[in-house]
Design a protein around this ligand. Sequence first.
Ligand code: SF4
Ligand code: SF4
Length: 77
Amino acid sequence: MNQATRKKYRAVPEPDECKGCGRCVRACPKKLLKMGTKLNFIGVPYAVFEGDGCVGCGACFYACPEPGAITVYEIED
Ligand code: SF4
Ligand code: SF4
């Protein structure tokens, strides 16, 4: 019997578009985003995605005030 393909998601912050506001970190219901320790080209720590269990809700994307700073991708298992 065929098993339906399980969809997985991943959020990818773009370091040099991120302004380090932390809104995506606070918005993620799964606590998968955090502020990193490295600095981007404007000298602020940028958001990083870490862990499993992203549900693709887009809360991080909608919370982010910077166009292009975070993208949610669907990944096929
Ligand atoms: S899409 Fe939802 S679960 Fe995934 S990282 Fe963004 S806020 Fe978190
Ligand atoms: S909400 Fe956007 S600009 Fe703010 S930390 Fe997250 S990715 Fe960076």
